[in-house]
Design a protein around this ligand. Structure first.
Ligand code: AMP
Length: 288
């Protein structure tokens, strides 16, 4: 089926996750995906969950690793902690959204007689992790000409800001290790790999639980790059929050209504608990 047909049959709603690098966007995305998979199961929709997770940072890293033209263009810049320019990001976003939509809804539209009925039924939910990072990116997402989200639908987009203290973020990033081939992430404080004990130097042979292969730091998790990423975040975040506030599309979570979890170093879990009981967020998910 051609991409244009798919766009007209499947509408899209986007949940935008905003917050500092290392502030738990990835962890919270995993919780939301798990939850949506369960919902799909309970509704007898085993074949698919209607939610796709998209981290532009992951897409860029994968391009850098594969040495694609995009990867070659952005690799050096990403090592500095600066943002990639908007036009590259917006192309990348449009391509990825189309790909994800086609992947989730490949069977839609095959019986054109039922097209109208299908349109009512099919809603693609996008969980955008790390996008937008600038106001022009945010404007792009809601622009009717671009058509990523359904401009007619007043609930087509909601932004969630994760408020996490900077000291906690720095500590979290400094103990983050990844298994590069799968992207599995460990934190030496909260979920260390099984074969590691606190007495050992982290650089000394950390291995992945599943494959036994060595773990690495993300190159942009090195301390000087983290400083630059946090500075970039602080510069861009306020205008972005103002943009979403002016549209009445922003909800903020800090986990502080679950002080016990925060005290145990489980802020992301506390934030997830807050999200689960948030009425506005629950309305946003609608039929999911
Ligand atoms: P992340 O994993 O989301 O922290 O992204 C890692 C890096 O990818 C960032 O430091 C930027 O260089 C780049 N990047 C990711 N998302 C964006 C975006 N929306 N706009 C510009 N650059 C981005």
């Amino acid at each position: 089926m051609c991409v244009g047909t798919l766009s007209s049959l499947v509408r899209t709603r986007a949940l935008v996750l905003l917050g500092a690098p290392g502030g738990g966007k990835g962890t919270i995305s995993k919780h939301i995906l798990k939850w949506s998979g369960k919902q799909a199961h309970f509704q007898g929709d085993n074949a698919r969950s209607r939610l796709s997770h998209l981290s532009i940072g992951d897409v860029l890293r994968s391009n850098v690793e594969r040495g694609t033209p995009l990867g070659q263009q952005v690799g050096e810049l990403m090592k500095t902690g600066a943002l990639v320019n908007d036009s590259l990001i917006l192309n990348c976003l449009s391509d990825e959204v189309m790909r994800l939509k086609a992947e989730k809804f490949q069977d839609v539209g095959e019986s054109s007689a039922k097209a109208k009925e299908e349109q009512e039924k099919h809603m693609h939910y996008l969980l955008l992790d790390g996008f937008p990072r600038t106001v022009p990116q945010a404007e792009f997402l809601v622009s009717p000409e671009v058509g990523i989200v359904d401009a007619q639908d007043s609930s087509s987009q909601l932004a969630v800001q994760l408020d996490v203290p900077v000291e906690e973020i720095v500590e979290r990033i400094s103990s983050r290790w990844i298994h590069r081939p799968t992207g599995r992430t460990y934190n030496l404080q909260y979920n260390p790999p099984r074969a590691w004990s606190a007495e050992r130097d982290p650089k000394d042979g950390l291995v992945d639980d599943e494959t036994g292969e060595p773990l690495e730091r993300r190159p942009d998790d090195e301390p000087e790059v983290v400083d630059a990423r946090l500075r970039t975040y602080v510069e861009n975040q306020q205008p972005l929050l103002e943009f979403f506030t002016s549209q009445d599309r922003l909800i903020r979570f800090s986990g502080s209504t679950f002080p016990d979890l925060v005290g145990q170093g489980k802020r992301s879990d506390a934030i997830v608990q807050e999200m689960l009981v948030n009425e506005r967020l629950n309305n946003f998910w609608g039929v999911l």
